[in-house]
Write a protein that binds this ligand. Structure first.
Ligand SMILES: Nc1ncnc2c1ncn2[C@@H]1O[C@H](COP(=O)(O)OP(=O)(O)OP(=O)(O)O)[C@@H](O)[C@H]1O
Length: 335
């Protein structure tokens, strides 16, 4: 079931007498309950596109639907009401520095005119959800970056939204804190069924938590698909650059230059990842193999492996080995 539908979104700005098209005719569907990532370089149009979803930026053209409501048709007052269904978190947290953690989280509840008792009960629930019990009376300056982002998440969830928009939510955090915030987002998605739309310039973020990904370049979506498919078989040059951020991929390319045998990339997905398939395929042939590079990892919950292998032997035997590997369920591509 689709929850967010962007149709033909264009956003242009007039800057210093020239027209900048930050987003050029983007159409996108996000399904209910999924974690959808948009990745792109600086200036690609990620923030502008994300802010078009809750109309913090008004698209120059195109329509935005969230659930059954077309936000682009609403009056400002109706829009304020609908925005309660869309929480948002930010790279630099955007907390009120003169207010305590409790007051920051209560802010959207007070706007929604909840009673003091209801409000305090809800804040306590949220503090528990983001594991910040015991920090309610602190001020933002007394918190670490990760704790500040937890406050941001609690505040964004206060009114039980259907959607959480994440604007580079981990870019200001160190790798360990990034992982703990990503785990929290996964947990919230699983427990509350909330749909998450995030933007990032880091492939690691996409790999860790997203179900689907869109790659944006110069205001246009250049590739879109399941993370596993896009990650293992990137097609657009910009996607390949992002996939190469995962260090082992770029190292492998350099290693391949002087090899004389047949070079293959083998992709294992799911339980196949842990089977001795390669050994079984070559053992009754004259083919020898050298593993030049290998990764066994996880994409969200799915284990996957990718090996770059050099096969040495006569052509007919190599073809036979490839046929056996494919029959066993591996994807095998020449490099
Ligand atoms: N308010 C504005 N006025 C004029 N130009 C703008 C405005 N906001 C964004 N732009 C331009 O639109 C383009 C896309 O910007 P945007 O901030 O959406 O990119 P981004 O992918 O989020 O980049 P970053 O990761 O650096 O924030 C850029 O060329 C930017 O200069």
């Amino acid at each position: 079931m689709r929850l967010i539908q962007l149709n033909g979104i264009i956003k242009s700005y007039r800057a210093g007498g020239t027209q900048v098209e930050a987003v050029k005719d983007v159409s996108l569907t996000v399904q209910k309950g999924e974690i959808f990532g948009i990745i792109g370089h600086s200036g690609a149009g990620k923030s502008t596109l994300l802010r078009c979803v809750n109309l913090l930026e008004k698209p120059t053209a195109g329509s935005v639907h969230v659930g059954n409501v077309e936000l682009t048709r609403l009056t400002e007052r109706q829009l304020q009401q609908e925005r309660r269904r869309i929480g948002m978190i930010f790279q630099h947290f955007n907390l009120l520095s003169m207010s305590t953690v409790r007051e920051n989280i209560a802010f959207p509840l007070a706007l929604a005119k909840q009673s003091k008792a209801q409000l305090n009960k809800r804040v306590d629930e949220l503090l528990k959800l983001v594991q910040l019990e015991g920090h309610a009376d602190k001020y933002p300056s007394q918190l670490s970056g990760g704790q500040k982002q937890r406050v941001g998440i609690a505040r964004a969830l206060a009114n039980n939204p259907d959607v959480l928009l994440c604007d580079e939510a981990t870019s200001a955090l160190d790798p360990q804190t990034t992982n703990s915030i990503l785990s929290l987002l996964l947990d919230i998605n699983a427990k509350l069924g909330i749909t998450i739309l995030l933007i990032t310039h880091e492939m690691n973020v996409i790999r860790a938590i997203c179900d689907r990904v869109a790659v944006i370049d110069q205001g246009e979506i250049v590739e879109i698909g399941d993370v596993l498919q896009v990650f293992l078989k990137p097609e657009h040059p910009v996607t390949r650059e992002f996939v190469d951020q995962i260090a082992e991929n770029s190292a492998a390319r350099q290693l391949l230059q002087h090899r004389k045998g047949r070079l293959l990339r083998m992709t294992y997905i799911g339980s196949l990842t842990y089977e001795p398939i390669l050994y079984n395929a070559v053992k009754t042939t004259s083919v020898q193999f050298a593993i030049l590079q290998g990764t066994v990892s996880r994409m969200k919950q799915t284990p996957y492996g990718q090996l770059i292998v050099e096969l040495i032997g006569d052509d007919a035997d190599i073809e036979r080995v490839i046929a056996v590997l494919r029959k066993d369920g591996l994807e095998v591509d020449a490099i």
